[in-house]
Design a protein around this ligand. Structure first.
Ligand code: ADP
Ligand code: MG
Length: 266
């Protein structure tokens, strides 16, 4: 593919082919193929240590990898750092936060790829940060120190920073793992609304299977660094798949937005 290829409706936002990642010589991600259409929400599930976070970081261009990752048809390897940051925003599970940083200044860091080296942020950058704060109901927190916020509030700030970045593709590593179910739902509903209103593409990893299935258009089950199942939530969240890869007996209950998964004692 070339850089000049025009974008067309229904096109692929993220294409991953034969992705491999080695960490300290160990093969952690082993030949993963996946794709996410523009505007789609795909969630990667899999047992602890399956390689979800590692794969997501590689897809976000944050780790060296083998194989091919393309965003909107362009190979990540061919893109410069700033170009990358304008295309894809990644929210890691425990982002490193500068000590004492205020919420507004943290969100403004999302504008770094637009600010010239040694330059200052423009009025447009400040506006983008304000707008992201407003979109996530964080305006009252703008002047607060980030480290004084609750887990749910902080998670919204991480999303606000990603939103301020203005990227069309959002990569989220377990965006709700630190939250109670009420705040989990609130954050995921927010992401889904932003996806609709801004046409964002979402690739996430998630822990809670029922919740993952309720929000994803498609799911990818990763085990031992390989894709072992992929498809709609009903195709992936089956008793057989979960027994084989999580070693758990589950009951699948049909839900309004996807199958609900309940672990049962054997
Ligand atoms: P998941 O997000 O699915 O729980 P991770 O991608 O975090 O899995 O980790 C996948 C595997 O990679 C784990 O077994 C983990 O121990 C291993 N791993 C992570 N970092 C390193 C490293 N630096 N060297 C070797 N193995 C690592
Ligand atoms: Mg992980």
């Amino acid at each position: 593919m070339t850089n000049s290829e025009p974008d067309s409706p229904g096109r692929t936002a993220v294409e991953v082919e034969r992705l491999t990642v080695r960490l300290d010589g160990t093969l952690i991600v082993d030949g993963v193929d996946l794709d996410v259409a523009e505007g789609e929400w795909v969630t990667v599930i899999g047992p602890n240590g399956a390689g979800k976070s590692t794969a997501l970081r590689a897809i976000g261009g944050l780790l060296p990898f083998g194989g091919t990752v393309r965003w909107h048809g362009r190979a990540v390897a061919d893109m410069h750092r700033r170009e990358r940051a304008r295309a894809v925003a990644t929210v890691l599970q425990s982002p490193v936060v500068p000590p004492g940083v205020r919420v507004f200044d943290y969100v403004l860091l999302g504008r770094t790829p637009y600010i010239p080296p040694l330059g200052r942020e423009s009025a447009a950058d400040l506006e983008a940060a304000d707008e992201a704060l407003a979109a996530l109901d964080l305006v009252p927190f703008a002047g607060r120190r980030l480290d004084t916020l609750s887990g749910g509030e902080r998670q919204r700030v991480f999303l606000a920073r990603a939103l301020a970045q203005g990227a069309g593709i959002l990569l989220l590593d377990e965006p709700t793992s630190a939250l109670d179910i009420g705040h989990q739902q609130e954050v995921l509903e927010l992401v889904d609304r932003l996806r609709s209103s801004r046409g964002l593409t979402v690739l996430a990893t998630m822990h809670d299977l029922s919740t993952a299935g309720e929000y994803a258009d498609r799911m990818v089950l990763l085990s031992g660094g390989r894709v072992v199942a992929a498809g709609t939530p009903s195709e992936v969240l089956t008793e057989e798949n979960l027994a084989e890869h999580y070693r758990v007996k589950v009951r699948i209950i049909p839900g309004d937005h996807g199958p609900l998964v309940v672990a049962v004692r054997t």
